[in-house]
Design a protein around this ligand. Structure first.
Ligand code: FAD
Length: 398
């Protein structure tokens, strides 16, 4: 029988009472998926550093509690929130306070921690003319690097493929039911979990002289796979065994403390082509032609149907205005405010669920149309759209 009071008091002793939520109403947004899914949790805990996270995991393992790892909770798979029907209590462990970032070997690679966002990584690398593996839509929502690795996210990325690394420091429960910390960062951090975590946290290694790793910090050979347009297999599908490697694709089945990733020289020039057609066959012909004959692969390609355009125009206008005018740095706080509003209003019968969302959408209508006239023209003319991002000489090829 799980001693829940004892568990909560041990967790509180580690993170402090301001960094644990046990009240169900207050924890709602950490127990509810971005698009769907909701479950119960004994608590949501926010460790402030890697050592606290390790001690939190030790307590949860000792008390046989289900561990749900969470970062920014923007993913669409329900993997970052509890599910109904567990046989024992669950605790959500949020890494969002552990937001550090470390460049290695003058920025050739980077170390990301549980709360490091794609946005921070992108901005830090921009200063040294490099870029991360993926610049994806979720970056604007405050998504984390580790969440992306866990999801193998980045389905639209043609050149480099989905987010992936074989280099990580992670905790797992082994076949003997023991909690272990595994160091596959290929950085010498010592033997015991405490040693490894302290050495990593305090950077007790030369960050600009880290030996070249034996394992990959991004997907190798992706170009060969995407160019094989005659293959029977789709280029990308969820849970592709080739992309499951320890933390990569694990959907929170292990607890990641840090991941080591490749970075890439920044493209000097890039351009997005917006292509419209009423015949999807045209897009198929284009895909085969580009993959077979272009010297430069597209950076990314994203398809959209007219109906999705129409919905995004109507229901995404408020988000577009906020991101465009205020930037993304404020988004997590705004989401917190919205969640607070929803919680507060849920006690008043007059207000329907999702009232703040509906209100923001209605307010969005007070603003003029935000979409460029040429996109609107395409909406009138065509049913299918492709956004094709090219870089360097690929621009002329396209
Ligand atoms: C197949 C797929 C393709 C996607 N492609 C795109 C795309 O092309 N463009 C785009 O914009 N978005 C894409 N997304 C969405 C994007 O992946 C998510 O929005 C984002 O990666 C989630 O980041 P997050 O910080 O919100 O993580 P969360 O939603 O908090 O967590 C995501 C997963 O990571 C686990 N996790 C979180 N922290 C840890 C940790 N410290 N240790 C272990 N596990 C942890 C969680 O348990 C969960 O399973 C895709 C998602 C999927 C599933």
């Amino acid at each position: 029988m799980v001693n829940t009071d004892q568990t909560v008091s041990e967790l509180t002793a580690i993170v402090g009472q301001h960094h644990i939520i046990t009240d169900a109403a207050k924890s709602l947004r950490f127990r509810t998926g971005y698009r769907s899914g909701q479950g119960d949790a004994l608590a949501v805990v926010f460790p402030g550093n890697l050592m606290e996270m390790w001690h939190v995991l030790e307590v949860l393992h000792k008390h046989d509690i289900i561990i749900i790892m969470q970062a920014s909770n923007t993913s669409l798979t329900e993997g970052s929130v509890p599910t109904p029907g567990y046989d024992r209590p669950a605790v959500v462990v949020s890494g969002r306070r552990i937001q550090d970032l470390q460049l290695l070997n003058h920025g050739e690679q980077a170390l990301a921690f549980p709360g490091t966002t794609l946005f921070t990584l992108e901005n830090t690398l921009a200063k040294i003319d490099r870029e991360p593996h993926s610049v994806i839509g979720s970056s604007t929502l405050g998504a984390s690097v580790i969440g992306g690795i866990n999801n193998n996210s980045g389905g639209a990325l043609i050149q480099r493929g989905p987010a992936y690394t074989e280099l990580a420091l992670y905790a797992m429960i082994d076949e003997n039911n023991e909690l272990k910390l595994v160091n596959h960062l290929e950085i010498d951090l010592g033997e015991t979990p405490e040693e490894m975590i302290t050495n990593l946290q305090e950077r007790r290694f030369d960050v600009d002289a880290v030996p070249k790793p034996q394992h990959h910090g991004s997907i190798p050979d992706h170009e060969k796979v995407v160019r094989d347009v005659d293959s029977e297999k789709p280029v990308r599908y969820n849970a592709n065994p080739k992309q499951l490697y320890e933390v990569s694709g694990s959907s929170g089945h292990v607890a990641a403390f840090a991941v080591r990733l490749d970075t890439f020289p920044k493209d000097e020039r890039s351009k997005v082509f917006y292509i419209g057609t009423n015949d999807p066959g045209v897009l198929e012909t284009m895909r085969r032609d580009i993959m077979k004959t272009f010297k430069n692969l597209p950076v990314s390609g994203e398809y959209m149907h007219k109906e999705a355009y129409r919905m995004a125009k109507k229901y995404g206008k408020d988000s577009l205005i906020v991101i465009d005018k205020l930037g993304t740095a404020l988004l997590p706080r705004m989401f917190a405010l919205k969640a607070w509003g929803e919680r507060f209003l849920s006690h008043i019968p007059f207000f329907k669920p999702y009232f703040p969302d509906r209100m923001l959408q209605a307010l969005g209508h007070l603003f003029p149309n935000q979409l460029p006239p040429r996109l609107e023209e395409y909406y009138e003319k065509y049913d299918h759209y492709l956004q094709l991002k090219m870089a360097g000489d690929g621009i002329e090829e396209a």
